[in-house]
Each structure stands twice: as structure tokens, then as C-alpha cells.
Design a protein around this ligand. Structure first.
Ligand code: G16
Length: 546
């Protein structure tokens, strides 16, 4: 054992040394920063993934991506046995291992093994995937070296979307009950359920089966091309930003959501149905131009309400007694929450940012729908719900229309990647619901009108000086900041605003909504200025959005 750890420390120190004293934290979605600062973190996360695999006696995933961040950034996150994000208590372990001095690597590894009762030498298997960033192959090699340094085995899947890796891990750890742990298994499962749900006719009412897709110049564009082969004529997708430009640059779901405009290179016609993926294809937003040529965004809140409304209808028609809940974050538009409560009649829960929190809360329901406003989310069915739907779908004693609806629900479960938010699977889900309702995007959009809103970023010396509570809706640090925010908000009709430190970028994020766009902009700006003043702003003073 000592030999293995000695060698591992030596390789780490020689090939992937920690070169700076800068602290790096396991954040909203793993470690994220400039790619050149990450080699030692990757190596150490390879080691940690192998330890976690030994502890759980299951496959663990490691994804190398910085998702929506700019191309020079990169990141790494670990995927736990059921395809979920790494357990919270291990985030602290990961942060510790990533930050110890080179010469403390061995003793820290020993501590981790001892404290978690892990037997070094047990089989370890780690699945590795990476996005399309130029820095990703080298960083993936660092992870692989880390796993192998403690005698773990690796399956290197090369370029994958983040949700594909989650899917593969789940498939393998369920002995393939969830599907085949490879690309073919993934595409076949999604596409065949989608085609079965679509039936004979690809069009229905106002719904036409052609879609314009912004691939963010990332892995989503590559994978959509493959998915299209499995979809055949059931859905025609024209792909923009398919890899000819820089990743996430003037395109992608984050650009479209935050700036509330179409990707730079896309010329839209009135009514044309368009969607954007993000850099690792786990987020999805839709958009179109209305009859006045005005840009209209259908974000994660709109996707959640569309999907929850449809599922509620199917559950009712199938006669099954299943409860449903919808999980959001503070970024959810106030109008969406009101619509879910008052019109859909579905229970709403609010949790901090990060799919790990949403997923966890969604487990409390028979059917848990969770989406962040940025387009990251999915639907999960409890084992009881899965069982009941499966039984009803083949229960000959039930009326035939109830059986048919249960069959639909059963197929929908296969279109949905329940392991994590998945833009490609979510896209097929949205297309299925629109097809079933025979809706254009305008008809979908008509359910409720978003309150005008604005997001801003503020650079501060240390973003951790902002501490929040109440699912990030209120600041408790620095002292006095929340009182100031409250008095600014009070000046605006329908005003709401909050600030929180990002877990993926070195900024503080500000969200504001109000009765008009001008007021939402003003509100966001005034709160941003207050943060700049009270939380040691650095660089350019935030300016009014234009
Ligand atoms: C990640 C997380 C999301 C989160 C987003 C922004 O998305 O998976 O849950 O909403 O970061 O987080 P923050 O505001 O803390 O920076 P992605 O798509 O970048 O992986």
C-alpha cells in the first residue's frame, strides 16, 4: 500500500505539480477555473474517483468540462454511482485533496482511505468523458494517470456530453437495467421512445417537425448530428454554431438566456422554432420572434411548466394516484411560480442554485420535475411511480384509454434522461409535448408572461464575502448589504432582486425582476453598484445594461 501511495505522490509531484498557493473549491458543479491552473486538480481527482469507486464498489464518472464558461476555462466534476452529482460530504474531501502541498499528497491520501474505511487494492473503475475544449485531452490524461496511479481501471470515452457520462455510469451500476452504457445504447433508447410517441405523423396542428438548433460550437452539436441518424425523418434539425467557431462565443444557451437575444450568427424568421444548447449539452432554452419581430425566450421555467402541465394531464387521464412537485431556484421568474401554484396546481419547492440541490429535492415526489431558469433540468420518477406506470401500461383490466395513456407515460420515461439535466433528451421531451398539443412556440408561450428581468455580474476581490440564506434569496454577509438591497427593491413595482456568489465563475451574480424592462435593468444596476461598494468591487464599475 505504501509503495502505491509513494509512487502516486511522486508522479503527481513530477508530472502534475501544484504550482500555486491559490485555493480552489469544489463549487456548484465541481472545480472550474483557467485550464492552465487545473492539471494537478485533475490528477488528484483521478485518484479520488478511484478511491470513491473502491468505497462504493461501483463505477464512478469523471467529466472534464467547464460547460457554459469561456473556452480558456475548464473544470472537472465527479459522478456518483447512481449518476448523481458527488455526495456533498465528499466535496470537502475533494477540495482538501486538490489544495494540499505536493509533499502532503501521500499523507492526505492515507487520511482519506482511513477516515472512509477504504481498502486500497480493491477494484476501482472510473469512466472518463471530456468536452471539446482544446485543453480537455491533456486534462483527461491527467485524470487517467491519477486513477491508474492507485491501480484503478479507466474507460476513456473521449468526447461526450456531460449527461451521456451520467447515463453510462447509471447504466453500468444498474447492471444495464437503465440501458446500455455506451453511445449506441443512449441514442437508441431516446430515439426509439421518441419515434414511438410521435406515431404516424411528424406534424400536428401548428406543430411542424423542423427545428433550428444552436450547438454552442460544442459537443452538443456533434452529438445532435449522430442523434439525427437515429431519429430519421421524425425530426429535422438544422444545426448552427456546429463547431466552426469558438465554444460558447456569441452563442449557446447561457448567451441567449442572459443577454435575451438569439445567437449572433442566426437569422430568425417570425415564428421559426429555435433552441440553444450550452457547451456540454446539459442546458436547453427555446426562442422565437413573435409577429412583431420581438425576441421571445422560452427558458427552463417555461420548459418546466410545459412538461409538468403535460405530465399532470397524463397522470390524471391514466387514473394513477401519483403526486407531482416542481423544483426551482431563486432565478425562477415570479410569473412562472405563480402559474405553477395557481394554474397548474402543482407544489413548488425552491432550493439553492445547482442541479445537485434540485435533483435531491425532486426525489421527494412520485414525479419530480426540476429545472433551473437557465435551462438545466429533468424529470425523475420514483421507483413506486415507475412500477405503477409500468403495471398500468399492461393492465388488461383497465379501460383501454387509461392503458394507452400509461403506455405514453412509460415511453416518456425512456425519452427522459433521469440521471441529470440533458439538453438532447429535454429537447426530445419538449418536441414530444409540443407535438402532442399541436402547438407552435407562441401557443406554448401564451401560458403566462414573464416578468421583465435582468442578470448582471459584479467582479469583487473575494466573492465568498457574500454569504446567503433562504435558498440564496437573502444575503447575510457582508453586514448591511441585505438592508440596502431591500430598500432599493422597495422602490420598484413588482421588484425582486438577490445576489449570490457564482460557483462556476469568479463573480457575484445579480438577478432582478420588475414591472418593466427599464425598471428591471435599473434595479439590477442599483443592486450591482451596492455590491461593488460594500463587497470590495474590482475592475470596471457595473454600468446600466443596454
Ligand atoms: C452549472 C450548474 C448549474 C448552475 C450553473 C451556474 O451549470 O450545473 O446548476 O446553474 O452552473 O452556476 P453559478 O451561478 O453558481 O455559476 P453548467 O451548465 O455551467 O454546468
Amino acid at each position: 500500500m505504501a509503495d502505491i501511495l509513494n509512487n502516486s505522490q511522486q508522479l503527481g509531484a513530477e508530472k502534475y505539480p501544484r504550482k500555486s498557493e491559490k485555493l480552489i473549491q469544489y463549487g456548484t458543479s465541481g472545480f472550474r477555473t483557467k485550464a492552465e491552473e487545473l492539471a494537478h486538480v485533475m490528477y488528484r481527482m483521478g485518484v479520488l474517483a478511484a478511491f470513491r469507486s473502491m468505497q462504493k464498489n461501483a463505477v464512478i464518472g469523471v467529466m472534464i468540462t467547464a460547460s457554459h464558461n469561456d473556452e480558456p476555462d475548464n473544470g472537472v466534476k465527479l459522478v456518483d454511482p447512481h449518476g448523481e452529482m458527488l455526495e456533498a460530504s465528499w466535496e470537502g474531501i475533494a477540495t482538501k485533496l486538490a489544495n494540499v502541498k505536493n509533499e502532503e499528497l501521500k499523507s492526505t491520501m492515507c487520511d482519506i482511505l482511513e477516515e472512509n474505511k477504504i481498502e486500497l487494492g480493491k477494484n476501482a473503475m472510473v469512466y472518463v468523458g471530456r468536452d471539446t475544449r482544446p485543453s480537455s485531452p491533456y486534462l483527461a490524461q491527467a485524470v487517467i494517470d491519477g486513477v491508474e496511479s492507485v491501480q484503478g481501471c479507466v474507460t476513456d470515452f473521449g468526447i461526450l456530453s456531460t449527461p451521456q457520462l451520467h447515463f453510462f455510469v447509471t447504466c453500468q451500476n444498474t447492471n444495464k437495467a437503465y440501458g446500455e452504457p455506451n453511445e449506441e445504447g443512449y441514442f437508441k433508447k431516446l430515439a426509439s421512445a421518441f419515434k414511438a410517441l410521435r406515431g404516424e405523423s411528424a406534424d400536428n396542428g401548428q406543430y411542424q417537425h423542423s427545428l433550428t438548433l444552436d450547438g454552442a460550437n460544442g459537443v452538443g452539436a456533434l452529438k445532435m448530428k449522430i442523434l439525427q441518424e437515429y431519429l430519421g425523418n421524425s425530426l429535422e434539425v438544422s444545426i448552427f454554431s456546429s463547431g466552426d467557431g469558438k465554444l460558447n462565443y456569441q452563442c449557446g444557451a447561457d448567451y441567449v438566456k442572459v443577454l435575451q437575444k438569439p445567437p449572433h450568427s442566426m437569422q430568425l424568421e417570425v415564428g421559426q422554432r429555435a433552441a440553444s444548447l450550452d457547451g456540454d449539452a446539459d442546458r436547453l432554452v427555446y426562442f422565437y420572434l413573435d409577429t412583431q419581430g420581438k425576441f421571445k425566450l422560452l427558458d427552463g421555467d417555461k420548459i418546466a411548466t410545459l412538461v409538468a402541465g403535460y405530465l399532470k394531464k397524463l397522470v390524471k387521464e391514466s387514473g394513477l394516484n401519483l403526486n407531482m412537485g416542481l423544483v426551482q431556484t431563486a432565478y425562477a421568474n415570479g410569473s412562472s411560480t405563480e402559474y405553477i401554484n395557481n394554474t397548474l396546481g402543482v407544489e413548488v419547492a425552491c432550493v439553492p442554485t445547482g442541479v445537485k440541490y434540485l435533483h435531491h429535492r425532486a426525489l421527494d415526489f412520485d414525479i419530480g420535475v426540476y429545472f433551473e431558469a437557465n435551462g438545466h433540468g429533468t424529470v425523475i420518477f420514483s421507483p413506486t411511480a415507475t412500477d405503477m406506470i409500468k403495471k398500468a401500461a399492461s393492465d388488461e383490466t383497465l379501460p383501454s384509454d387509461q392503458v394507452a395513456t400509461a403506455k405514453r407515460l412509460f415511453l416518456l420515461m425512456d425519452v427522459i434522461n433521469q440521471t441529470v439535466g440533458d439538453a438532447l433528451s429535454d429537447l426530445l421531451l419538449v418536441e414530444t409535448v409540443l407535438h402532442a398539443f399541436g402547438w407552435s412556440l407562441a401557443e406554448w408561450d401564451a401560458a403566462y408572461t414573464d416578468l421583465p428581468n435582468r442578470q448582471m455580474k459584479v467582479s469583487v476581490a473575494d466573492r465568498n464575502v457574500i454569504q446567503t440564506t433562504d435558498a440564496e434569496r437573502r444575503c447575510v454577509e457582508p453586514p448591511g448589504l441585505q438592508t440596502e438591497i431591500d430598500s432599493i427593491v422597495a422602490k420598484f413595482n413588482k421588484g425582486r432582486s438577490f445576489a449570490r456568489p457564482s460557483g462556476t465563475e469568479d463573480v457575484v451574480r445579480v438577478y432582478a425582476e420588475a414591472d418593466t424592462q427599464a425598471n428591471a435593468d435599473q434595479l439590477a444596476h442599483q443592486v450591482a453598484l451596492k455590491i461593488y461598494e460594500l463587497a470590495n468591487g474590482v475592475g470596471t464599475v457595473p454600468s446600466l445594461p443596454n
